[in-house]
Design a binder for this molecule. Structure first.
Ligand code: PGA
Length: 251
C-alpha cells in the first residue's frame, strides 16, 4: 500500500515560543487522523523542544538537510546519527534551495540520501526543474538526472524506504502552483521511470507535490492519481492552513 504523507518544511523560520503555539494547534487539529502520515521538518536547534511536544502524537518530525559524512572535521555540519539521537524519522535531501544556494550536486544529494538510510531515516528526495528548463522542454531530462543519481548510488530498492517530492522550482514560494495536470504529468513520469527499473517499487512509491500548496488548492492536487501528498513550505507555518491541507489529503 502506498502511504499518504503531508510534510511541513519550516525552512529558516520559527522560535521557541512560536513553535510551541504552532505545534500545539497542529496536534489538536490532526488528533485522531490515522490514515495519513504527518511530519514537520524543523530547524536543527529545535529538535529537542519539538520532540517533547510531538512524542506520543500522530505527527513525526525531521530535518531539512543532513551531512553526507558520518562524523569528523566538518565544521558546522550535522550527521545522521545526531538526527537519530532526537528520534527524527525523516530528512529532506536535495531541496532546490540546497541545490541552488548551497551548490549541492545530484551526487552529493545521493550521498546524503544513502547516509540517511544507513541509520534508518526516511529521506524525502526533492527533484524539480527551473522555469527556463520547463520552457525549453527539459523537465523530464532534469528529473531523470536527479533521480538516476540516487538510483545509481543506492539502488532502485532504496526507494522502498524513501519518499520523492516533485517541486518545480518556479512554484516554490511564488504563489504560482503547478496545475494539477502539470504536476500529475511529472509524477506519472517519475513513477514510470522507477517502474522501468522495478515495478513493485514504483507502485508503492510515495510521491509528494510541493510548490505553493495552499488550503485552497490542496484538494485538487491530491485528487490526481499519482500525487500521494504534499511538501508544504509557507503554509506549514500557519496552523489553520497546514491542518486544512492535511485534512484535504485525509478525506
Ligand atoms: P512553498 O515551499 O510551499 O512555500 O512553495 C515548498 C518547499 O519549498 O518545500
Amino acid at each position: 500500500m502506498r502511504k499518504k504523507l503531508v510534510a511541513g518544511n519550516w525552512k529558516m523560520h520559527g522560535n521557541l515560543v512560536e513553535n510551541k503555539q504552532l505545534l500545539s494547534a497542529i496536534v489538536a487539529g490532526l488528533d485522531g487522523l490515522l490514515n495519513v502520515q504527518f511530519v514537520v521538518c524543523v530547524p536543527y536547534p529545535y529538535f529537542s523542544s519539538v520532540q517533547s511536544v510531538l512524542q506520543g502524537t500522530n505527527i513525526a518530525w525531521g530535518a531539512q538537510n543532513v551531512s553526507q559524512y558520518e562524523k569528523g572535521a566538518y565544521t558546522g555540519e550535522i550527521s545522521v546519527s545526531m538526527l537519530n539521537d532526537f528520534k527524527c524519522s525523516y530528512v529532506i535531501v536535495g531541496h532546490s534551495e540546497r541545490r541552488t544556494l548551497f551548490f549541492e550536486s545530484s551526487l552529493i544529494v545521493a550521498e546524503k540520501f544513502a547516509a540517511a538510510q544507513r541509520v534508518g531515516l526516511t529521506p524525502i528526495l526533492c527533484v524539480g526543474e527551473t522555469l527556463e528548463q520547463r520552457e525549453t522542454g527539459m523537465t523530464e531530462q532534469i528529473i531523470e538526472e536527479q533521480l538516476s543519481a540516487v538510483v545509481n548510488l543506492a539502488g532502485v530498492e532504496s526507494l522502498n524506504k524513501a519518499v520523492i517530492a516533485y517541486e518545480p522550482i518556479w512554484a516554490i514560494g511564488t504563489g504560482k502552483t503547478a496545475s494539477p495536470q502539470q504536476a500529475q504529468d511529472v509524477h506519472a513520469f517519475i513513477r514510470k521511470g522507477v517502474a522501468a527499473r522495478n515495478m513493485s517499487v514504483a507502485q508503492d512509491l510515495t510521491i509528494l507535490y510541493g510548490g505553493s500548496v495552499k488550503a485552497n488548492n490542496a484538494s485538487e492536487l491530491f485528487a490526481m492519481p499519482d500525487i500521494d501528498g504534499g511538501l508544504i513550505g509557507g503554509a506549514s507555518l500557519v496552523s489553520s492552513d497546514f491542518i486544512a491541507i492535511c485534512r484535504a489529503l485525509h478525506n
